[in-house]
Design a protein around this ligand. Sequence first.
Ligand code: NDP
Ligand code: MG
Length: 353
Amino acid sequence: MKRVALLGATGSIGRQAREVIAGHSELELVAATSGSQPLDGLAPLTQVGGDPVELLDRAEPDVVLNAVVGFAGVRATLWALERGIDLALANKESLVAAGDLALEAWKRGGGRLLPIDSEHSALHQCLEGRPGETVAGVVLTASGGPFRGRNRSDLADVSIEDALAHPTWNMGPKVTIDSATLANKGLEVIEAHYLFGLDYGRIEVVIQPTSVVHGLARFRDGSALAHVGYPDMRVPISYALTYPDRTPTDMSQLDFSSGLVLEFEPVDDDAFPLLGLARRAGERGGIHPCVFNAANEVAVGAFLDGRLPFLGISDIVERTLEETGGEPAADVDELVTRDQEARRLAEKALVPA
Ligand code: NDP
Ligand code: MG
């Protein structure tokens, strides 16, 4: 039996993970957490809100599935990496924000970091067993979200409902807005940098509107391997939880007889500046990815509360990044403080001068 601790069990990924766990007799749910929703009887150990570290200590899991949204997942990510316990990671924000601290903990712990983000799960599979020197780079695909094809001026007065209407994935509100702004792809570029040890110059992004191609790895001989499948998060969840066994699922195989067409388009950087802002924050390194993430979380929250227009999200992130500098955080407590400072700066930027 593999003992699973599921953090963020009530969310979009959390619910799908429960389905996957229920369908695999070799997986046992030993602990579950949420932010505020009740979890009665879901697992032998449950916790609503607060720091999950003591619960994890007691649960003694073989794998932690972190499906918390936002920076709130950071302590659990570091807990698993530090102890060499397998980490099935949906909570990309924690890896982006913790950055080098997470890499150091991963190295010390020596466990597995198995991405659940579909693009990174795809790349994990394309890159597995390939010597680093043969890899030329990776390509992350993006659906383009509900506003694909629109100009910047078309985006000035889009509504919350418009931004929440994702064309290919049904996800929680924060990642859905991030998909509409392409901040999600920006976070994923930084996530790929840390997961696969690639320079930013070797991480490309391309629009693939139907989300059938999840990622591609390029090799030095001119070939590229693509990972394809219908967009269904239960596949990467199952891959991460049952790694390396790739146990069967009842998901449909791609049907090529239906005249499947795969189209690709470049990203419009003018309409979707958050992708470039994330890339630059990643290249600057240190505390900047943490600040990018914190400001984006504040701005997305303000957009969802009706306090900020859609195009204001990138303005808040840009201004917060401009006002930040300094050394990387030395430990997780300092990281939490720096995250809070960045949130305060972003909140200040929300108030018109
Ligand atoms: P949801 O908003 O649907 O769920 C978030 C989960 O986190 C809920 O269980 C919520 O509990 C819990 N949570 C929220 N705040 C806290 C907190 N402060 N402490 C502890 N738990 C908290 O998000 P998603 O499932 O969509 O996304 C989860 C993560 O997975 C994100 O990082 C996202 O980027 C990533 N991801 C999601 C995909 C998807 O298809 N949904 C695809 C790829 C990545 P409660 O219900 O009680 O509020
Ligand atoms: Mg993704």
